[in-house]
Design a binder for this molecule. Structure first.
Ligand code: NAD
Length: 465
């Protein structure tokens, strides 16, 4: 194995730079630094930790152009989307900082006055919230700011130290985040970047840590779960999805087509909550498909550094073969390819936006996470069939229903097993709501109040005066 990560620009295939990997000795040193630093970090007043994260937030905004350029260079994310991602982080930080004090404060849940006859002293029962300690944050590349900040911001606020391993595909961004944290005044041994791929990730899990917060694929999530199990530490897994949408017979077609084209193709379909399957009621199938194809064909594919580019290259070269295989499998089994279907014959990891119909659940395209600009659209005869198909998956991250009738949509969504339910919208995340998966989409929640408390462990105080 090489001692270096080689960063490649996916838009050109060109080598950008090499970055030294942390071997197991370096990882162990970093873990013991984080352990040593944790009590002093937790002992700082919350207001001091909030001030430092507010400074980090300001630096992100001030340096957005440089940071977005780095993200685009290493992942191929269109520059406008890179800036949007970074500029959405302050809102998340604000949510966390505004709610932390209330959620960290001890709760006095019971008091009992002294009992003169039995000579019992007065009693107080209090729930206190202690930090977990040292946490490992093993992260993904597709939204490194979002998925990173969902973990490291509340973890730091609640008094934990963080060993942050960015994805090997977004390491320049991970290091830029660490640099800004330190520039903001967060000590070097409180937020520590760990560089490398799978081997470094497993070295990290071998350390004396109190929690692992992972974002990535189901395949890797299983390995993390197995490695963490004997430690009996806190474990959260935010994994993949095969998120469905259903267009009802009473849907507004223009809204559904525009919303779902964006939901399926934003970030080149490389979102955990990208729309990956569309079911359409037979009454509106033709008008929906026409409008959807028009929306997809209007996307501008090309150089991700241009502000008007909608779709850039895939971030990972091997995914071109995965998508080609999914399309070929569907085609052999009877699918119709309306557009795309192949990599582009040019430099870089470009795959043409692809829409398939006549698809079935015998095809990989309707069962396995695609994580790219390909989508299957399936005609259904009624709501019951749509519900059955939406539930025919091991995943359970999000589900969307388009209808002009809220009650109709909610009745359907209540029958679909997913962590998030969307009516007339999709591919949306809110700091106020838990981000949570079911089944192969993961365990635990980030964001919302639950996503702050998750970095704390309760202590029950029984106090007799
Ligand atoms: P991945 O599973 O390939 O890698 C994720 C991280 O795990 C990387 O940092 C990688 O270096 C590390 N890793 C790999 N093998 C490891 C091992 N054996 N031990 C420890 N660490 C290891 O995933 P990815 O390609 O980075 O991300 C894409 C996946 O993430 C998709 O499935 C996507 O749906 C999912 N995702 C989920 C969410 C969510 O919130 N649910 C958000 C973003 C991405």
């Amino acid at each position: 194995m090489s001692d270096f990560l080689f960063v490649i620009n996916p838009a050109t295939g060109e080598f950008i730079q090499e970055i030294k990997i942390d071997d197991s000795v370096a990882v162990a040193t970093k873990a013991s630094q984080a352990r040593k630093a944790q009590p002093a970090w937790a002992a700082r007043p919350l207001s001091a930790r909030i001030d430092l994260l507010a400074r980090f937030k300001d630096l992100l905004v001030q340096q957005v152009d440089r940071l977005a350029a780095t993200l685009t260079t290493e992942t191929g994310k269109p520059i406008t989307q890179a800036k949007n991602e970074i500029l959405a982080i302050p809102q998340r930080i604000d949510f966390f900082t505004q709610n932390a004090a209330r959620l960290i404060a001890p709760d006095l849940v019971y008091t009992e006055p002294a009992d003169a006859t039995s000579q019992n002293a007065a009693l107080e029962e209090i729930i206190a919230y202690d930090p977990l300690g040292v946490i490992a944050n093993i992260s993904a590349w597709n939204y490194p700011y979002f998925v990173g900040a969902n973990v490291f911001v509340p973890a730091l606020l609640t008094g934990n130290t963080v060993l942050y391993k960015p994805s090997e595909i977004a390491t320049m961004t991970g290091l830029a985040i660490a640099q800004l944290m330190h520039e903001a005044g967060i000590p070097q041994d409180v937020f520590i970047p760990v560089v490398g791929a799978a081997q470094t990730g497993s070295a990290l899990l071998a350390q004396n840590i109190d929690g692992v917060f992972f974002t990535g694929s189901y395949a890797t999530g299983k390995k993390i779960a197995i490695a963490a199990a004997p430690k009996l530490i806190k474990m959260q897994l935010e994994l993949g999805g095969k998120d469905p949408a259903y267009v009802c017979s009473d849907a507004d077609i223009a809204t559904a087509a525009a919303g779902l084209a964006d939901g399926a193709f934003y970030n080149n379909g490389q979102s955990c909550c990208a729309i990956e399957r569309i079911y359409v009621h037979t009454d509106v199938y033709e008008p929906f498909l026409d409008a959807f194809l028009l929306a997809v064909q209007a996307f501008k594919l090309g150089d991700p550094t241009r502000p008007d580019t909608d779709l850039g290259p895939l971030s990972r070269k091997p995914q071109m073969a995965v998508l080609s295989q999914q399309v070929a499998d569907a085609f052999i089994k009877g699918a119709t390819i309306h557009c795309g279907g192949t990599p582009l014959d040019q430099q870089g990891f470009y795959f043409a936006p692809t829409v398939l119909t006549q698809v079935t659940h015998d095809m990989a395209i309707m069962r396995e996470e695609s994580f790219g600009p390909v989508i299957g659209v399936q005609r259904v005869s009624d709501d019951e069939s749509a519900i059955a198909l939406m539930n025919d998956t091991d995943y359970g991250l999000t589900a969307a229903v388009y209808s002009q009738d809220r009650d109709h949509a909610v009745r359907i969504l209540e029958q679909v097993n997913s962590g998030s339910a969307y009516w007339n919208c999709c591919d949306r995340v809110s700091p106020r709501l838990p981000w949570t998966g079911r089944g192969h989409s993961g365990i635990g929640s980030t964001l919302s109040e639950i996503g702050i408390r998750t970095f704390l462990q309760p202590r029950s105080w029984h106090l007799r005066k």
